[in-house]
Design a protein around this ligand. Structure first.
Ligand SMILES: *Cc1c(COP(=O)(O)O)cnc(C)c1O
Length: 356
């Protein structure tokens, strides 16, 4: 499976005016930069950075866990989590499109010696029944199944939201079978804003859960992972081993604290823009659009006589950046995308289809 396939560099293309490539493309706002400039800092590695400590307390509380730790990236959160939960030879269960399978450079195998069993299911989610059916009896022949992982929201599934009832059922099955539960919450707050279910409730029963600050929350870097105090102590050991311990990381954490204060409720705007984009695109004959639940819009223009690759290139020519992801075009709304840009994008797609 291919990750983004951004269009090839084209010197004749207009400068990018509308950046729908990813919510990682957000640039720190003026307010965020001011918060960064004012940040009180210390030495994060020895637990002495007040802004990092504040951020970790805020996220532990948000997710309803005992403790939290600041990590340089979401990927490092996932990797450190499985390194704590599993031993070499253990099996992790996750959806077949999961980031931990396809997008982390094989880290879980390379660093931990773990295998990940891909579960199938629509929209990036496996059903509790599929999960239950994948569980085998403990025996000396089969790998110990130690952790189940879900993505909330499911990225390649279309930014879809796991229903709270399904999450609870997965937790229950995992616990009955002695497995740990891990939530890749790169876009957890998108799910919370869209459903009005608190992050604490969404993460209830999950032994480890993290949120990414460098996606829709708009901070330059960082993820924060939460769990029990014992779990977080063990994560710290791996953070140190992986070279993820930092120094005056308060400059980064300040951006994250700012994002918690200013950029959570506004995710609703991104969702409204995603719906508007999907509505506009679906009115163009032949374009197949998955109805968005959050800020990701997946569509296929083939039925309108334009291949996905050609559409991506033609939009790039006109100053709109997005990319193919796993055979479809993904457009991502975020803080630097306005309602006007969405309208303009729909118009450009219509123009490209008309010219085809
Ligand atoms: C982006 C993403 C990650 C990884 O986060 P980084 O901060 O880019 O390392 C993990 N899981 C999902 C679902 C993501 O979208």
């Amino acid at each position: 499976m291919a990750y983004y396939t951004p269009p090839p560099p084209d010197p004749t293309a207009a400068p990018v005016r509308i950046n729908l490539l990813s919510d990682t493309q957000t640039r720190p706002t003026t307010g965020m930069r001011e918060a960064i400039a004012r940040a009180e800092v210390g030495d994060e590695q020895i637990g002495d950075d007040p802004t990092v400590n504040l951020l970790c307390e805020r996220v532990a509380d948000l997710l309803g866990k005992q403790a939290a730790v600041f990590m340089p990236s979401g990927t490092m959160c996932n990797v450190a989590a499985t390194l704590v939960h599993c031993r070499p030879g253990d099996e992790i269960l996750a959806h077949e499109t999961a980031h931990i399978i396809a997008r982390e450079g094989g880290a879980h195998a390379a660093l931990g010696g773990f295998q990940i069993t891909p579960l199938s299911g629509a929209d990036g989610q496996f059903s509790p029944a599929t999960f239950r059916a994948a569980i085998h009896p403990r025996s000396r022949y089969q790998p110990p199944q130690t952790v189940v992982s879900v993505e909330q929201t499911a990225n390649i599934g279309g930014g879809t939201i796991w229903k709270k009832a399904a999450l609870d059922e997965v937790v229950q099955i995992a616990k009955q079978n002695g497995m740990a539960t891990h939530m890749d919450g790169a876009r957890l707050l998108n799910a919370c804003v869209a459903t009005d279910i608190s992050a604490r409730d969404m993460a209830a029963g999950w032994d480890s859960a993290w949120i990414d600050f460098s996606k829709g929350l708009g901070a330059p870097i960082g993820g924060v992972m939460a769990g029990s105090s014992d779990f977080i102590d063990e994560v710290w050991r791996w953070k140190q081993r992986l070279g993820g311990s930092m120094r005056q990381a308060g400059v980064c954490a300040a951006a994250c604290v700012y994002a918690l204060d200013h950029h959570v409720d506004r995710l609703a705007d991104d969702h409204a823009n995603a719906r508007a984009l999907a509505r506009g695109l679906s009115q163009i004959q032949g374009i197949e659009v998955q109805q968005p639940e959050t800020n990701l819009v997946f569509f296929k223009p083939d039925g309108a006589g334009v291949s996905g690759d050609d559409m991506v290139k033609a939009l790039r020519q006109r100053g709109v950046l997005l990319a193919m992801m796993d055979g479809r075009i993904r457009a991502c709304t975020h803080l630097d995308v306005s309602a006007g840009m969405i309208e303009e994008t729909v118009g450009l797609v219509r123009e490209i289809v008309r010219g085809a």
